[in-house]
Design a protein around this ligand. Structure first.
Ligand code: ZN
Length: 377
């Protein structure tokens, strides 16, 4: 183990200021100007890192920032966008609260993931000059990463390890498996007719939809962790008209790529219970599932040792239903997710971080980068 880091009061205050600056620079997805300001603040803060190179790209009008040293170093992944619109800070201000569990800090986007970005910068500052790294900051994670996905994937292909700065679970657990998320729309076309005069001439899209919904629920698999939720339904015009059209909105979550392919191929050829209706499912999986594998499990074991050494506590790994950019990278490189701040309320008004986790988390990120970076030389 390397010399342990003295996280003195001055450094703590400087880190808090950086996190506060990032939170106050509100940066909703799609606001390229503000997202660039957040990235600029990170560039400024990383200036002291020896031999660091700063690279900017633009994809779909959105900036992507890459801070790196050397080639093919371990990849650190973060996003500068949040789900909060500009002005949220007025009703959800930066607030520090001392609780019996320690200091909590509230603010829009602090947990997801302004604090994580700042911690990433502090972690690379810990590294000796000969350790390579690649810190990629994207602008659009909260809206599915359409602009940045290809860059993320290409960097993950070159990386021995990917560390994702999404928030950890309460208590600090990492996210070692994530569901793949499918977003489908079912379109059912029937034949309209007068419900009293010509009922037999019609084919009800609503009656068909009822059968389709029951069929969709049979696609779930509790053993393999596949869930299917028909979350929205719209259609029909009047009670005395046989319905000509129905639209279903469907959320599917899978834990394995096998299940992802099964759902995709099943929905591509749906049954029609009433042969006079037409049924079609559009859409697909925004992100594949993040599945643990032997390589990521070895890195997780390593993370547990570091955590135990630094905190005396056990580091747990947990499976979560939500997806992140870790879902993209896990296909190409061992990925540990949830390395960022620890707290509660991502995407909620009580969003906050717990300060006591900040230091051990930075140490953990730095130690993993060191291990992966020295392997690669
Ligand atoms: Zn996030």
């Amino acid at each position: 183990m390397q010399q342990r880091w003295d996280f003195n009061e001055q450094q703590q205050a400087a880190l808090k200021t950086l996190i506060q600056d990032l939170v106050l620079l509100e940066s909703p997805s799609g606001d390229a100007v503000r997202i660039r300001q957040v990235m600029n603040r990170l560039v400024e803060e990383s200036a002291a890192v020896p031999n660091i190179e700063v690279e900017w790209q633009e994809q779909g009008g959105q900036p992507i920032l890459e801070l790196h040293r050397g080639q093919s170093g371990p990849l650190i992944l973060g996003h500068a966008d949040t789900v909060w619109s500009v002005g949220t800070i007025d009703s959800m201000p930066w607030r520090e609260e001392n609780t019996e569990d320690g200091l909590r800090i509230y603010g829009p986007g602090i947990l997801d993931m302004k604090a994580g970005l700042a911690m990433g910068i502090y972690a690379i500052r810990q590294l000796a000059e000969n350790i390579p790294f690649d810190f990629l900051v994207t602008p659009d994670e909260e809206v599915g990463s359409g602009a940045s996905r290809s860059v993320i994937e290409s960097r993950a292909r070159d990386a021995a390890l990917v560390l994702v700065l999404e928030s950890g679970m309460p208590g600090g657990a990492l996210k070692t498996a994530r569901s793949g998320v499918g977003d489908f729309v079912g379109e059912i076309i029937g034949v309209e007719s007068h419900s009293g005069l010509d009922p037999d001439k019609g084919a009800s899209a609503i009656h068909e939809a009822a059968q389709q919904i029951l069929w969709l629920t049979t696609l779930a698999n509790h053993v393999l962790g596949t869930t299917v939720n028909v979350g929205t339904i719209a259609g029909g015009t009047r009670t005395n008209v046989v319905a000509g059209q129905v639209t279903l909105g469907i959320d599917v979550r899978v834990q394995t790529s096998g299940e992802m392919h099964r759902i995709e191929s099943t929905l591509a050829h749906p049954p029609a219970f009433d042969k006079h209706t037409r049924v079609q499912y559009r859409g697909g999986f925004n992100r594949p599932p993040m599945e643990p594998n032997p390589a990521s499990t070895r890195w997780f074991d390593r993370a547990q040792k570091i955590w135990r050494h630094d905190t005396g506590e056990e580091l747990l790994g947990s499976r979560v239903g939500g997806a992140s950019d870790g879902n993209f990278t896990a296909i190409y490189a061992p990925t540990l997710d949830g390395l960022g701040a620890v707290g509660k309320g991502a995407h909620a008004r009580h969003e906050h971080i717990e300060w006591q986790f900040v230091r051990p988390r930075i140490m953990l990120i730095a130690e993993l980068l060191r291990a992966a970076g020295s392997q690669h030389q």
